[in-house]
Design a protein around this ligand. Structure first.
Ligand code: FAD
Length: 308
């Protein structure tokens, strides 16, 4: 072949190499460790440019291209980067995590080996109350004296469950059957490999305020302590255009434009047309999720809904 190819040097990210194998603690006994990775910011740029035969350019041009790709959902270049993590997670949180089907996973087998002797414990001040507005969420804390009782009960239950489990094993029960009454708080471990496109999707969903606090802790550790070091340009673009961006529907944009223009009557009329507010004189204000989300967006923009 008479074509000359450019020399290839394996991409390395010194900041991530320094982290390899180091457990980043999460919750009381969990962790996330980087086992391996492939690619870096330059690999994203290289993949995007290959279509028109151009190589990596100067850093500020790479940054502009990565930001363009994120802004316009050109996702495949981000699939050129992959990362393999070793994670230790309570089973109830793992159950949410494993719903992300785009990763390759190998989990510790409690059929093959004895279950990990660690279950997540809750500190007396960390018992959360049920949210009144979000049926899937929590809000506020129970008083410490109630928490102290709940934490003591938790310890007793977990220790009893573990003792029963170990008693079954000692009696010769198969590990696959003995494990069935272990609490969901029991830690499991897994190798989890995913490409950057799907990882950012995971982080967007699981760093978000509606995600459960515990999985948010893992997602935040992965995002802020790993991805930010691995692909700083992609991470910055992700924060700017996805994580910290506000998505507006057609109707939301129309109401916000009216509020920003000081036209309270038009904003109210538009909200009424969407069914977010009762028509003037037709009944009391009822709770409405879409309206509540719009109100949050208005507040974030420094505006107030006229009906608030
Ligand atoms: C706050 C929150 C609350 C949740 N509550 C619940 C709940 O109450 N009950 C519940 O069951 N789940 C719940 N989930 C899980 C949620 O519905 C998703 O299953 C989970 O977040 C994985 O998202 P995903 O499918 O986009 O991700 P992945 O599985 O990582 O997939 C990434 C993307 O790949 C594509 N994809 C992957 N597989 C397929 C496929 N087979 N067909 C088509 N496209 C595919 C889709 O575009 C998808 O968005 C909740 C998630 C969050 C974040």
């Amino acid at each position: 072949m008479d074509r000359a190819f450019e020399p290839i040097v394996r991409p390395v990210v010194p900041a991530l190499d320094a982290l390899l194998g180091e457990p980043i603690p999460v919750l009381d006994d969990g962790f996330v460790r980087v086992i391996d990775y492939m690619g870096d910011d330059a690999a994203i740029v290289q993949a995007a440019r290959v279509s028109y035969g151009k190589g990596t350019k100067r850093v500020h041009e790479d940054r502009a291209l990565i930001r363009y790709l994120v802004r316009h959902d050109h996702t495949t270049p981000f699939e050129m980067c992959e990362i393999k993590l070793h994670v230790r997670v309570p089973m109830d949180i793992w159950r949410q995590w494993i719903r992300h089907r785009t990763a390759s996973v190998n989990e510790y087998s409690t059929r093959y080996s004895e279950a990990i002797d660690a279950a997540r414990r809750t500190a007396p001040g960390a018992w959360r109350t049920q949210s009144a507005v979000n049926r899937q969420g929590s809000a506020g804390r129970l008083p410490d004296e109630v928490g102290a009782r709940l934490s003591a009960e938790e310890r007793e239950l977990q220790e009893r469950a573990r003792a029963v489990y170990e008693g079954r094993l000692a009696s010769g029960v198969a590990r696959e059957q003995a494990r069935k009454d272990l609490p969901l708080a029991t830690y499991t471990e897994a190798y989890w490999k995913i490409d950057l496109h799907n990882l950012l999707h995971f982080l967007e969903l699981r760093m978000e305020a509606h995600a459960q606090q515990e999985i948010r802790a893992y997602a935040t550790a992965i995002g802020e302590q790993i991805v930010a070091k691995w692909v700083p340009l992609a991470w910055e673009a992700f924060l700017d255009y996805r994580r910290r961006a506000t998505r507006l529907s057609r109707a939301e944009a129309a109401v916000i434009a009216a509020v920003a223009a000081g036209d309270a009557a038009a904003a109210t009329r538009l909200a009424e047309e969407e069914g977010w507010l009762p028509r003037t004189g037709q009944g009391a204000l009822k709770s409405n999720l879409e309206r509540a989300e719009l109100e949050e967006k208005l507040v974030a923009l420094g505006l107030t809904a006229p009906w608030m």
